[in-house]
Design a protein around this ligand. Structure first.
Ligand code: NA7
Length: 494
């Protein structure tokens, strides 16, 4: 840590975080939706290109952090028994980092191979000829099911809640197309930054019922053919009224009928009882079609719930499914999981986990009252899950660079989210969500997937541009009314 001190180096580090148009141009993507190996190669490329590898320490986990108010410093404790001290701490711990405990009785007794999609091994896993069970049909389950169905001897999908899933239309990007895209990267970045969800998208301008049935159908057909989140952008009002939402949902359910040959299976796969978009919509590559394969079987847990897992396989109330492999795609303790799973003690010894057990409040999705000088990227109450996550990360990182630069230039010792400002932000986030269709989704966006977790909508629905503006105003006003500021003592400044 000592080697990273020094004003010049600190300045350089701050700049390195910012977007690099040069790097944009140097990297060539090969697919519309790059797979994990390509994304990993990109991460390595960026790290090398920016020369930031020396600043990373790998294979070390934080087990706890303590704030010492007397010196305004954090001490981070690691699993290696070391500790590190810093004025500011940024928790870039991810909003989907800690797997949910599926709490299925007997899971540990299973004698076959068990995998979690959230902790997939780096080595190849062979499904060939095996009897594989997948529990969970969110985005991760849908991707796993589509891949496993190709290779497995038999695949049993244990579905509790069907997910709305639309075609991604993934495809290779030709070098010519890539060149065309690169030529307009700056425009696309600018448009994405100015958009509600941080995505370069051109949502329809006419509302759902401003078209007649035929026009609406044609509009949906085009969106379905385009793929990706186009279905959700076909009309600008799909999250505004349930009537508009039903039109999209009915279209998607209708496509399931077209794709899936067995109509009883099609019926079981149709999501019902919640608005499309209120839970994360999955993007797939041939998901529904896998149910036409003779080796793929849907087990509808709404009709026949899981009783337990035994050494042989999964037992439901009315049947037993012997398996060689079990894959759990059962989701995450989102937003708060990573930081609640370690011991973070703030001012006056308060434990973050206990504070969040009441309510996962977080000012601007970046700071918590009682935890001075600790900041988060994609924390609860930011725009994260409702926006392109990368765009939220950029918004947070750019704001933090400004905040730390301001703090350094104004001899600020400590910044703590003001209690009233945090309450007002929580009220704003809750107010935006209150009458929205999102509240009907029982999703991980609101902690509803974790038993005992307070149910509150954890995403700011005001859109990225307004979020950036609000965050910028805080620094423009010198943190006045938003953060409680402690300045360095005169002796220290000298
Ligand atoms: P999700 O979207 O939270 O999906 C988890 C799935 O697992 C969902 O279908 C759950 O059904 C199911 N689940 C969870 N626990 C159980 C038990 N005990 N029994 C049966 N089924 C269970 O997680 P993902 O990893 O797919 O996706 C997370 C995000 O990553 C995604 O939204 C994208 O943003 C990327 P339930 O809904 O609880 O009935």
């Amino acid at each position: 840590m000592e080697s990273l001190s020094g004003r010049a180096l600190r300045r350089r580090k701050l700049r390195l975080f910012l977007l690099s148009p040069e790097i944009d141009q140097e990297w060539t993507w090969t697919e519309r939706y790059a797979a994990q190996p390509e994304i990993l190669r990109y991460a390595h490329f960026v790290a090398d290109r920016l020369g930031v590898r020396p600043y990373f320490t790998f294979n070390m986990a934080m087990v706890g952090a303590d704030y010492d108010e007397a010196v305004a410093r954090w001490t981070i404790r690691t699993d290696k028994g070391d500790s590190l001290t810093a004025q500011f701490v940024v928790m870039a711990t991810g909003c989907l980092a800690v797997p949910k405990d599926p709490a299925i009785p007997g899971l540990g007794d299973f004698a076959g191979e068990t995998y979690f999609t959230s902790r997939w091994p780096h080595e190849d896993v062979s499904f060939a000829g095996k009897r594989v069970g997948v529990i969970g049909t969110g985005s991760s389950g849908i991707q796993a099911i589509t891949a496993v169905a190709e290779k497995a001897g038999e695949l049993f999908v244990f579905q509790r809640t069907p997910t709305f899933s639309v075609p991604a239309r993934n495809a290779p990007i030709s070098p010519e197309k890539m060149d065309e895209a690169k030529a307009i990267y700056p425009d696309r970045r600018r448009d994405a930054r100015a958009s509600y969800a941080g995505l370069k998208a051109t949502p329809g301008t006419r509302k759902t019922f401003e078209m007649n049935d035929e026009e609406r159908r044609a509009n949906f057909d085009q969106a379905w053919a385009r793929g990706g989140f186009s279905m959700l952008g076909a009309f600008p009002d799909h999250m505004m009224t349930i009537e508009a939402n039903d039109q999209v949902a009915d279209y998607v359910r209708g496509e399931i009928n077209v794709i899936v040959e067995d109509q009883a299976v099609a019926e079981a796969l149709k999501p019902r009882g919640y608005p499309i978009g209120s839970r994360r919509v999955a993007l797939d590559t041939g998901y529904h079609a896998v149910y036409n394969k003779p080796n793929v079987h849907l087990v509808d847990l709404k009709v026949d719930p899981i009783r337990d897992v035994t050494a042989e396989g999964v037992r439901t109330e009315s049947a037993t499914y012997p398996l060689d492999m079990l894959i759990l795609a059962t989701g995450f303790d989102a937003f708060t999981g990573a930081l609640s799973s370690v011991d973070i003690y703030g001012r006056d010894g308060r434990l973050l986990r206990d504070v969040w057990a009441q309510s996962a409040d977080c000012f601007l999705g970046m700071a918590v009252h009682g935890f001075p000088n600790m900041f988060m990227i994609t924390g609860p109450s930011g725009p994260t899950a409702i926006s392109n996550v990368i765009a939220t990360i950029e918004a947070n990182v750019e704001w933090l660079v400004r905040a730390f630069t301001y703090a350094r230039d104004h001899d600020i010792e400590a910044l703590e989210a003001n209690a009233d400002a945090q309450s007002a932000w929580a009220a704003k986030v809750a107010g935006l969500a209150e009458n929205s269709l999102y509240m009907r989704g029982n999703s991980w966006y609101m902690g509803a997937n974790i038993p005992g977790k307070p149910v509150q909508f954890m995403c700011y629905l005001g859109g990225l541009p307004s979020y950036r503006q609000i965050c910028d105003q805080v620094i423009d006003a010198g943190f006045e009314g938003a953060f409680d500021v402690t300045y360095k003592a005169p002796a220290e400044m000298a």
